[in-house]
Design a binder for this molecule. Structure first.
Ligand code: HPA
Length: 284
């Protein structure tokens, strides 16, 4: 489903329910943890044991995407039952489509959402390849009316005005820090504020300078809608951002942010990120 064929009110409670019930009737797994991996970080799903794989196109009501791996993978990591999204919905999909899987996870009985993304580093102390534990976010599209909870509120998912000051779970963040120390990667672990912009353009120099003044440490184009919907229905959230590039803030710089650099850094850090999530799960 793309932006022209769907709108935020196009899904009903019954759609999410039917999707969840269909999945529950096709697997005996009852995951408590859902993992949404950003572009290039989907390899984690391959590490699951006892996998059951559901291509999106075969799941009732589940949004589909073309041209990439697009499947839900149920299985075990570190003995914990998980469901991984291999292929997330980002640019070109409306906000209800992007967040559809999160409500399905809730109805499956998931209690914790782990989400990763690629970001540009705004904090001058961050280096390319650093991993930032997300401590808070700035929902910039929300400032412009693009919040996934706009419109009718279905109390079966959550309250009309959910709190967001506790969006990112502090205990999970502490566990992740411990896991990072134990696997010897504390030298590139950071903590900070993630700011979402709609994209798909990268930021101007003036925009980056403005975001730094606002208190953002990293900028990306995803994650916040899923986190808002997850918190609305009471899931605990843990988020990780990979600093794939440093944003340009100097008018004399010749640097240009580009997608190839993003993919290159993602490739370089994939193993560390996967180990970190796996080691975190072992501690949960
Ligand atoms: N800006 C926005 N999104 C991104 C960036 C960036 O610099 N790098 C990776 N995702």
């Amino acid at each position: 489903m793309n932006i022209s064929s769907s709108n935020p009110s196009s899904y009903k409670y019954e759609d999410y329910r039917e999707t969840a019930d269909w999945l529950l009737s096709h697997t005996e797994q009852r995951p408590k943890i859902a993992i949404i991996c950003g572009s290039g970080l989907c390899g984690l799903a391959d590490l699951l044991d006892n996998k059951t794989v559901f291509p999106y196109k075969g799941i009732p009501h589940f949004p589909n995407r073309t041209g990439h791996v697009s499947q839900l993978v149920f299985g075990e990591l570190q003995g914990k039952q998980c469901v991984c999204m291999q292929g997330h919905f980002n640019k070109g999909y409306d906000i209800a489509t992007v967040t559809y899987p999160v409500r399905v996870f809730f109805l499956l009985g998931v209690e914790t959402l782990i989400i990763t993304n690629a970001v540009g580093g705004l904090n001058p102390n961050f280096k390319v390849g650093d991993i930032m534990l997300i401590k808070d976010h700035i929902n910039m599209p929300g400032y412009a009316g693009q919040n996934p909870l706009c419109g009718h509120n279905d109390e079966r998912f959550g309250v009309r005005f959910p709190c967001m000051s506790d969006a990112y779970d502090k205990d999970l963040s502490s566990l992740a820090k411990e896991a990072a120390e134990e696997q010897g990667c504390s030298s590139f672990i950071q903590q900070g504020v993630y700011c979402m912009l709609a994209g798909p353009t990268f930021e101007t120099i003036a925009e980056c300078r403005a975001l730094q003044k606002l208190g953002a440490d990293a900028v990306g184009m995803s994650t916040v809608p899923e986190v808002v919907v997850a918190r609305h229905c009471g899931l605990r959230v843990f988020g990780l951002s990979l600093i794939t590039n440093k944003v340009v803030t100097d008018y004399n710089s010749q640097e240009k942010t580009n997608h190839d650099e993003v993919l290159e850094t993602t490739h370089m850090r994939t193993q560390d990120l996967q180990r970190l999530i796996s080691n975190l799960l072992a501690k949960m």
